[in-house]
Design a protein around this ligand. Structure first.
Ligand code: A2P
Length: 279
């Protein structure tokens, strides 16, 4: 869990992150993050809209782990449209997390309903605030989430600091091959949220067969595949045994054949359309 990828700006990022989407604020979030840190996770992924930044921050503070040994990501919500909105949102997230810097800050969605059809200008404006926060030492790396090529192209054209990460919905059933390819060609690390398909892919017969061979769970096979593809999976769980299990990925390897078989599970659909989603 201390293995890292190196981002385009030279910063290191632990290869597995602990996801907290749909983890309720309060005790559940605080305890699950505490459990993850105890299990060895050193990368926590949250977002302003998850409502659990304070609980995540509490768990980090109470863990006693030095700040520079934990990688923390949070995200800019859709209600931030202008440069000033984004500046304020960054400070609010820092305050809620109780941190004086973020390791990674992402634009959560490319095309907020409140600002259609001007998403290009909005993304360029909030990006400038994010770049300035990097300059001010408040953020180390900046990136995006749920962006497709048509959203990234204009941003790449105006950005002084290139996005280092694109976090997307990605698992063996939904492989998002076009945007994964575009990310790679542009030096953008692909982070995979819902790497277990929010738990819905865990009974796929193909995963079950491979899991049996290695005496691993289907979740572990899906996560190992994600790593073997060069993605950064962000498994979410509030259950101690699963939190621990989802980190035990480094004592086995899939064969090329098995990776190819898993590659074949792609249903080729775009599960989350960034132009229609604003929740
Ligand atoms: P829970 O949080 O109740 O433990 P994803 O990361 O793809 O969004 O998936 C998260 C969902 O999958 C949650 O419902 C979580 O349940 C469940 N889950 C996480 N890890 C495992 C695992 N190792 N085995 C089975 N279910 C899991």
């Amino acid at each position: 869990l201390t293995d890292t990828y190196t981002l385009s700006n030279g910063e290191k990022i632990p290869v597995v992150g602990f996801g907290t989407w749909q983890t309720p604020a309060g005790d559940v979030a605080e305890e699950s993050v505490a459990t993850a840190l105890k299990a060895g996770y050193r990368h926590i992924d949250t977002a302003a809209i998850y409502g659990n930044e304070e609980s995540v921050g509490q768990a980090i503070a109470k863990s006693g782990i030095p700040r520079d040994e934990i990688f923390v990501t949070t995200k800019l919500w859709n209600d931030a449209i202008t440069y000033d909105d984004a500046k304020k949102a960054i400070d609010t997230s820092l305050e809620k997390l109780g941190l004086d810097y973020l390791d990674l800050y992402l634009i959560h969605w490319p095309n907020p309903k409140a600002n259609r059809p001007n998403n290009e200008k909005r993304n360029a404006d909030v990006w400038r605030a994010m770049e300035d926060a990097v300059e001010d030492g408040k953020i180390k790396s900046i990136g995006v989430s749920n962006f497709h090529e048509r959203h990234l192209r204009p941003l790449l054209a105006t950005a002084k600091i290139k996005p280092s990460v694109n976090q997307i919905y990605l698992n063996p059933s939904d492989q998002q091959k076009d945007i994964v390819k575009f990310n790679k060609e542009n030096g953008i690390l692909t982070e995979a949220y819902s790497p277990l398909g929010t738990g819905k892919i865990l009974e796929l017969p193909t995963l079950m067969e491979i899991a049996e061979k290695y005496n691993k769970s289907t979740a572990q096979i899906a996560l190992r595949w994600s790593l073997d593809k060069g993605f950064l999976p962000l498994p979410k769980s509030v259950t101690e045994s699963r939190i621990i299990q989802n980190a035990e990925l480094f004592d086995f390897d899939l064969t090329m054949d098995e990776i190819n078989i898993l590659d074949g599970l792609d249903e080729g659909k775009l599960s989350l359309n960034p132009d229609n989603t604003d929740f």
